[in-house]
Design a protein around this ligand. Sequence first.
Ligand code: FE2
Length: 497
Amino acid sequence: MKTTRRQFIQVGALSSLSLLSSQGQARRRIDSSDYSLISYKAHHFSEQKNIKPVQTEGVIPQEIKGELFRIAPGNKLKFGEELDHFFDGDAYLTKIKIAESQVEIQSSFLETEKFLREQSSQKRIYSDFGTSVPGLYRPKKDAPSINVIPYDNKLLALSDTSLPSLIDPQTFEVEDLYDFSGALPSDMTFSAHPKYDFATKKYYAMGLKKSLAKTLVLFTLDDQNNDVQILNEISLDIFPLIHDFMLTKNYIVLIVPPIEFSIWNMVFNQKSYGDSIREATDFTTQMIVCDKQTGAFVSEFKMPHFFSFHHVNAYEENSKICFDSIVAEDSRIFDYLNVWNKKSRPKSTTQTMLRHFEVDLESSEVEFDNYDGLTNIEFPSMKLDAIGTKMNYCYLIQSSRPDEPLAFNKLVKTDLRSSKSKLFEFEEHQVCGEALFVPRGPSVIEDDGYLLSLGYDRHRDESFLQIVEAQRMVHQARVWLGRRVPLGFHGCFINRN
Ligand SMILES: [Fe+2]
């Protein structure tokens, strides 16, 4: 692999510390027309008064048959009040059904109990992720707006900060805070990135108990039998912002970043999540390895200081666990996320990059290197049934706009062995979201399939579904959706092919 650097890490050094995100700024009431950022409109719903017919450019392949679900924090204003944080907003679900090269769309806010209560009272009652409500007691919204996955012929919509919501995929009817018939504690987070393990046909998932004990719970979900098995409970030193994890053939791999929530706030609801994030003192990034079958603790490692929202994949090779992650060197990304829609934003934010790690379970040596040219990237995806094995390709989205790093405008296919990338670029007035890989069929060729990415066009004020042929990274089809739906972060494709 061609690398920009390669080094063995001296563990134990901590970077300088800083408290994150300003707090307590005065709220102002605004109109959405105040904003000119392309990323603002791309992530904010429209009233859907003038829905146009769906239009398709190119040919939708017959092999793409199923439903694409995307979920988003879909409003950046609530009752005329601006919501500050990029993660703020009520959960908005979009379903794009594709069959016989035809497309149908269904989209709306999810009518959770908290959403309906605020609508009924016409005022904010709950703190969004980064925007508190006034008062001493500030209950949190925990909108299930971060990811949506198939489960037991329904959907689980995930907030990352509370239990999931169970969603009817036809009616979008919501069952709030689904605890799997009491199998999970009610006051627990549930990671927005469960991993479906094709070997055992179960999801692996994790959550954190909202208690002073700072306990991480590892568990499996069997969606054929609606069965939950707790694998292990691990005591942590901090209550971390841990959003993702990895599986290999034999292990569960957890990367605990040096970013924590105030545990007092988690228990006593003093302020929003965003206002209680801070860099953890006397703590460096930690890797915890557990046995995949039993959940038993295997080992832990001190890692170089970095933060990561998302990992690409992990695999075992000889005595090593190897993995690729989207990393940031420092915590400035949180400063940016809290003021992303302001005219006066930080001049710089943390550059994310794709990094390869190799951790030797026997010698405890940690080796890493960066991939060339892959900065300002996020939302990795891959061929899902290759999870936990050494694979060739990952798919990313990238922003080349220094003034709007959240306005992603390129799909990137990276060969993880050669470090070479192919791009699919959007026009200046367009942005894109996470690209999901859909295989053409039961082919063993890893990149034989298509990428599905939701995009937004500012000139037309309209969203579109971009379909890219993944082997050559070329345009296959674009479906104009006739409306604007918020891009959001994650989603799933339920393949009916
Ligand atoms: Fe995520």
